[in-house]
Design a protein. Structure first.
Length: 221
């Protein structure tokens, strides 16, 4: 299993766009790999169509996306026609990796033992992995096979990761782009004042500890 901060394992696999080296595919971009239990399944079809429609947002953030399902390339290509029909678009803009052997799903810990296929084998869980340009895994989410993902949340997380990589801040719960952020505890009061001046709002707490320092979202640095 890959842990946060680990280098995400590279692999070479067949896909609907031909043979593919994962690290080369992502290149210097951020990357998202997301898995599916099976082709021609209802929730998965809605998800892949949603990602296709969100491609302008992923491109804005410099993110390349790729899906994986435990079926053949030929099956993926037939399924893509259904996805395009459901989503009402003409071109399918990203690859779907073939993993008939389930080797990739097993190596990445993506199997859901509670969901079995007709042969009684565990199917892939709905995994989401966010990988940074250094190929480090920065986020993983595992959904059960019956629960569709919220890709607005995944975009929100990428926005947060990119912001907090650039500035010494953290984003609070339910944060959205443009909302206030918090100065991280390792930043001294002098450094925070030098950076943010009178824009710091330190909340008074019963403990008396001044650790909740709210500032406007930085936009340049």
């Amino acid at each position: 299993m890959v842990l946060l901060g680990d280098t995400f394992p590279n692999f070479i696999a067949e896909s609907s766009h031909g043979d593919l080296d994962l690290h080369k595919y992502f290149g210097d971009s951020w990357g998202i790999l997301f898995s599916h239990p099976n082709d021609f399944t209802p929730v998965c079809t809605t998800e892949l169509a949603r990602v296709a429609k969100l491609m302008p947002e992923f491109k804005r953030l410099g993110v390349k996306v790729i899906a994986i399902s435990c079926n053949s390339v030929e099956s993926h290509k037939r399924w893509i026609e259904d996805i395009k029909s459901y989503g009402e678009f003409m071109e399918f803009p990203y690859p779907i990796i073939a993993d008939e052997s389930r080797d990739i799903a097993v190596n990445l810990g993506m199997l859901d033992p509670a969901e079995l296929n007709k042969e009684g084998m565990p199917v892939s869980a709905r995994a989401v992995f966010v990988i940074d340009p250094k190929k480090k895994m920065r986020l993983s989410i595992l959904y059960p096979a019956t629960t569709g993902r919220n890709f607005d949340e995944i975009l929100r997380v990428v926005e947060s990761l990119q912001l907090t990589d650039k500035f010494k801040v953290a984003t609070p719960c339910d944060w959205k782009k443009g909302d206030p952020v918090m100065v991280i505890p390792t930043v001294s009061e002098d450094e925070a004042t030098k950076t943010y001046g009178n824009n710091i709002k330190t909340l008074a707490l019963p403990s008396g500890k001044p650790y909740l320092r709210i500032v406007p979202q930085p936009t340049s640095g």
